[in-house]
Write a protein that binds this ligand. Structure first.
Ligand code: HEC
Length: 329
């Protein structure tokens, strides 16, 4: 009897694993957000680089100038997949600017193409609002006179390997990217940042820092874009964002943030895009924040813990609970 139970347990274990490997990719939940965040600003309604659009089914399947981007069920013929897995710096790599897709994202696209690249009719990938604004002409900025401390800090940051530069010609407003630090501690560089009040765009994606290092960001209230994805940022770190009333874009993807951390964002009235996928944020936390920031686009993406969606229609039903109820007589 005991043996039978054990065998049964082992068998069900195996069975679940196999079932997970075959999990059907849900375009709207898993692929569309990747295209929206990484591709559509250059391959969408505004721009069609390489003659390719990835915002709607018909154009996406048609492909671009040089090749068919997506060939359902045929990974080898899908130029899109070839390009997204190229190493950084390759001629053809996509996106050709900014961060490459993560392994998890390219795997999702791989499985999606292998499974037939199903794209539900009418599903359109939109350009994120903040990205759209950023790709347009920058608005006329007020003059900014950097303090001596700021000039010193900018020079110092450059020597540390942080890429820091004016956001446009002839302005003193800055953007900074910590990628050059790699896996080295970013604590010292973050310490310098507190004097750089001209900072509007800060990319800390993947940076390694200690729990208190983000205290240095407290006074940077001119920030409009902040990337904290793939970092060890904790709920307590988000307290430092409370006064960043100009923040339009915040990325917390792949962090340990919970609903408690989100409480600190409730006053950020200009927040337009917030990415919280692969965090410990719950549906309730998102609903709660959404009530405080009705105009914010909170991207929860695909959640590993979410139940596997069986039917394509589930997504629509979820957003229209009222209708569903009515149907039930
Ligand atoms: C910053 C702009 C930019 C972004 C973002 C971008 N691309 Fe591109 N893409 C280009 C340019 C420019 C070309 C044309 C030059 C070339 O073929 O390399 C191109 C070409 C392509 C082509 C080949 C089209 C053809 O047949 O000629 C594919 C496929 C492609 N991109 C896929 C993607 C995917 C997938 C993403 C998102 C993960 C993406 N791109 C993000 C600028 C961009």
């Amino acid at each position: 009897m005991k043996n039978t139970l054990l065998t049964l347990a082992a068998f069900t274990g195996l069975f679940t694993l196999a079932a997970q490997g075959d999990t059907k990719i849900d375009f709207a939940k898993q692929i569309q957000p990747i295209f929206e965040q990484n591709c559509v600003k250059c391959h969408g309604p505004e721009k069609q680089k390489g003659g390719l659009r990835l915002d709607n089914k018909a154009d996406a399947l048609k492909g671009g100038k040089d090749a068919v981007a997506i060939v359902p069920n045929d990974l080898d013929k899908s130029d899109l997949y070839r390009r997204i897995i190229l190493p950084a710096g390759s001629d053809d790599v996509m996106p050709n600017k900014g961060d490459l897709l993560t392994k998890q994202q390219t795997d999702l696209i791989r499985d999606w193409i292998k499974q037939g690249a199903e794209w539900p009719e009418g599903a359109t990938a939109k350009t994120p609002v903040a990205e759209k604004a950023a790709s347009e002409e920058p608005p006329k900025l007020p003059d900014f006179k950097p303090s001596a401390a700021e000039l010193k800090a900018v020079a110092k940051l450059e020597t540390m390997g942080v890429s820091i530069r004016p956001i446009a010609m002839n302005v003193n407003w800055h953007e900074a990217n910590f990628r050059g630090l790699g896996t080295n501690s970013a604590d010292a560089a973050l310490g310098q940042l507190k004097d750089v009040v001209s900072l509007m765009d800060l990319n800390l994606s993947g940076a390694k820092f200690g729990d208190n290092a983000l205290n240095n960001l407290k006074g940077l209230t001119n920030l409009t874009h902040l990337h904290l994805e793939h970092t060890s940022v904790k709920d307590a770190g988000l307290v430092n964002l409370k006064d960043m009333v100009n923040l339009a874009y915040l990325n917390l993807f792949d962090t340990a943030i919970t609903d408690t951390g989100l409480e600190n964002l409730k006053g950020l009235a200009n927040l337009q895009n917030l990415h919280v996928w692969q965090t410990k944020v719950t549906e309730a936390g998102v609903t709660n924040l959404q009530a405080a920031l009705p105009k914010c686009n909170i991207v929860r993406g695909w959640d590993l813990n979410a139940p596997v969606v069986a039917s394509k229609d589930d997504a629509t039903e979820k957003t229209m609970p009222a209708k569903k109820k009515k149907k039930k007589q």
